[in-house]
Design a protein around this ligand. Structure first.
Ligand code: ADP
Ligand code: MG
Length: 722
């Protein structure tokens, strides 16, 4: 029998939930490890606090004197809590979080330890950035980039078993000021959106307009697999997904996992995660089972997009670290198991401020409805004009396994509004909404809008981008991704659309139209040009895949190799340059980095396929067929005979597996590509196809070979034994 697999099964069966030693009330732990405004107010003089508060709220740079004062207070607070080190935390173009740790300690001339943390250390750290992907933005001789605190995101303490570190959320840029990270464009996109939104609101007669901010509530799906199983699955450990594995007799067809009882071990794990998140001031709000066995979800309450993005990174970090403490391997991969639902990260997004409120909320008064109609219309235009960009920002090798499969949104970007709201926009387009020319109310339209159902229950699960009552939900985002890219794309396309709306509103108002008339005219034009992105039907259907392209002119970009080159298209470059979010150089650097990541991650998988096929699966097939042949010969010696067919099937699959793997090796050696796009296409088509083919033979072998000697933990074990 296969030792490793059977030991794993026994170990897992003997597991019990980790003991929770202390249960502490929320009030005691909430944000206790965060140096937030409350703590600054306690620690700082009135004037210093006023200065830093302004910076926190507006993102304006901190002056040197205040920075020194804040740094001293921050250090004192952190050291009091046991921190000896501090670290700038930043978000390079990979989806991970990067840290550079430094001690507070220095020694004086007498060799005594003193501690130091000045304002300049706070606002400017110097990680040697040469090993972070930068898309050739920096020559290696000028490899250093620098990090600086983003004061709109509070510093916090990261606790580990034997220490604590002061963590400072930071931007990461080159010495020439180019963005090398995912935070800078997010801040810039919010500023562009603020500026454009302000213009529209002013034209709509608003006078008191507080700064506008995007809000984000990300839902994180994930899988948990016991570490004992994971340890016996090199593919899970190195690629985050199973590259082989026959479908179990029972999958998710009974829908019995979704909202089912959470297994005790997992429940304890979730609570441990949540306590850590609360300490960090992250408002974890819901948790439940997801559709697939072994799949779960956590969703914090929404926050300002920049903070939500930092917090989302922390959620991934905490989920992972805590999983290890509880004997699980956390899988954030979009498709860890074939034939079973994958994981996404629904990004709930809205924009608003303290004075006008949420502008994607229809509200209850006529003025709010006009603002709402304009903002929602601007989103429709954005999805239509920049759908391919939305596809590009979710393009990763891993998310390709999920998009377009019959479980996840299609790779065609359309927008779902719900029946009633869709009808309102169609009526506007058809000129059916009457507006009295004396500037009175939009009678027909208003009553429709006021009454439209806000129950999020009627939403269409097959849409990649859906209006859900007071926000849009971008559902095609991958579970392992940073939410920054999607947020940047949404904010930026909205900024562009709001500028477009403002230009036209201005013309209408100057021509003497009333505001409701002007809004109706602008939205009519908008719907005529961009209404084809609105789709309320079944996004999974074959008809839609056909009609979206042929009748609506939407683009279907099935793979990342198709989608990533969108970053190099003139319209997209213009969008980012015009809004000041990314220069052409910065954008191109992103294209290069993401393309490289795509190629690298498939390369790793392809090598693993080859290695596992040759060193694990083929030997298992060989051994078992030898055993059979031996037995058959022995049986023949006594004058009886077994049918030899099963051995022939095994031999056939084993041979074809090895042939496929040999071909895969040859294709991986190829480097003669005209450009990056062609290189990616090679991986999307040739390499992936061979990996799939290898899997067919390997999985067929799994179904033939003696269960007792099969070396890799099986799907039924990984998914169902908890
Ligand atoms: P569901 O699974 O039904 O989509 P969840 O409750 O799991 O809903 O998640 C919804 C997410 O949307 C939460 O993070 C919630 O805070 C967030 N959300 C709610 N309202 C807004 C809003 N106006 N803007 C952004 N996010 C929002
Ligand atoms: Mg959900």
């Amino acid at each position: 029998a296969n030792e490793v697999r059977h030991v794993a099964i026994t170990e897992v069966l003997n597991r019990s939930a980790v003991d929770t030693t202390e249960i502490r009330p929320l009030s005691e732990i909430w944000a206790c490890d965060v140096f937030n405004l409350d703590k600054m107010e306690e620690a700082l003089s009135k004037n210093a606090f006023k200065a830093v508060k302004k910076t926190v709220q507006t993102g304006e740079p901190l002056d040197k004197a205040t920075a020194d004062i804040v740094a001293a207070a921050m250090k004192a607070w952190a050291m009091e809590k046991g921190a000896k080190f501090f670290s700038h935390v930043f978000y390079p173009l990979t989806n991970i979080t990067a840290e550079k740790h430094d001690g507070f300690i220095i020694t004086n001339a007498d060799g005594q330890a003193i501690t130091e943390f000045t304002g300049s250390l706070l606002i400017k750290g110097e990680p040697d950035g040469s090993s972070f992907p930068n898309g050739s933005l920096r020559m290696t001789n000028a490899a250093r980039g620098y990090t600086a605190w983003d004061p709109t995101s509070p510093a916090y303490i990261m606790q580990t078993a034997n220490g604590a570190t002061l963590m400072i959320p930071s931007v990461f840029m080159s010495w020439t000021g180019e963005a090398l990270d995912k935070k800078i464009p997010l801040l810039r996109s919010n500023a562009a959106m603020d500026q454009a939104a302000r213009r529209v609101l002013e034209l709509m007669g608003e006078t008191d307009i507080a700064p506008l901010n995007a809000s984000c509530g990300p839902e994180q799906e994930y899988f948990l697999v016991d570490q004992h199983f994971a340890a016996a699955r090199p593919d899970l450990l190195l690629a985050g997904r199973t590259l082989f594995g026959a479908a179990p007799a029972k999958g998710q067809e009974f829908d019995d996992h979704y909202f089912g009882a959470i297994p005790e071990r997992v429940q304890v794990y979730m609570q441990a995660v949540e306590d850590k998140l609360y300490r960090l001031g992250i408002p974890a709000k819901t948790h439940h089972n997801e559709v697939a066995p072994g799949q779960f979800e956590i969703a914090p309450y929404h926050e300002a997009a920049n903070v939500a993005a930092d917090h989302q990174q922390l959620v991934m970090t905490v989920l992972k670290a805590t999983a290890a403490e509880h004997g699980f391997l956390l899988l954030l991969h979009e498709k860890p198991f074939a034939g079973i639902n994958g994981s996404g990260k629904h990004v709930n997004w809205s924009v608003g401020n303290a004075t006008q409120g949420n502008l994607l909320d229809p509200g209850t008064s006529p003025e709010h409805n006009l603002n709402f109609l304009l903002f929602c219309g601007a989103v429709i235009r954005g999805v239509h004009k920049f759908g391919p960009l939305l596809r590009a920002v979710i393009a990763t090798a891993s998310n390709d396994h999920r998009l377009g499969a019959n479980e996840a949104p299609p790779a065609i970007l359309s927008v779902y509004l719900g029946d009633q709201l869709e009808a309102v926009y169609n009526d506007i387009k058809a000129g059916k909404i009457a507006v009295s020319s004396d500037g009175g109310e939009m009678d027909l339209g208003l009553s429709q809008i006021l009454n439209f159902k806000r129950d999020p229950g009627d939403r269409n699960r097959t849409s990649p981008f859906a209006f859900t009552g007071n926000r849009f939900e971008f559902r095609a985002v991958g579970s392992s991704q940073s939410v920054s890219g999607p947020l940047v794309a949404m904010n930026t396309m909205l900024a562009d659309s709001l500028e477009w709306v403002a230009d036209r509103l201005e013309v209408q108002l100057e021509a003497g139209k009333s505001r409701p008339e002007a809004v109706a005219a602008v939205l009519k034009e908008l719907m005529e040009l961009h209404g084809s992105a609105v789709f309320g039907g079944d996004g999974y259907s074959a008809e839609w895949h056909e009609a979206a392209v042929t009748e609506r002119g939407l683009r279907n970009l099935p793979t990342s190799a198709d989608a990533l080159p969108v970053f190099t298209e003139p319209e997209v470059i213009e969008l980012f340059e015009k809004t000041g979010v990314l220069s052409a150089v910065e954008l191109n650097a992103r294209y290069e980095v993401y393309a490289e990541q795509y190629i690298n991650s498939i390369t790793v998988e392809a090598k693993l396929v080859s290695e596992l096929a040759k060193t694990v699966i083929y030997p298992a097939a060989l051994k078992y067929s030898a055993e059979l042949a031996h037995t058959f010969a022995a049986v023949e010696a006594v004058g009886a005979s077994f049918d030899a067919a099963p051995v022939k099937v095994i031999v056939e699959h084993a041979n074809r597996l090895m042939q496929t793997v040999a071909e895969l090796g040859t294709e991986l050696e190829r480097h003669d590509f005209a450009d990056t796009a062609a290189h990616m296409q090679h991986f999307a088509t040739k390499v992936r196809a061979l990996m799939d083919q290898a899997r067919v033979h390997a999985d067929a072998l799994e179904a033939e070979v003696d269960d007792a000697s099969w070396p890799l933990p099986k799907y039924r074990e990984m998914l169902f034994i908890k």
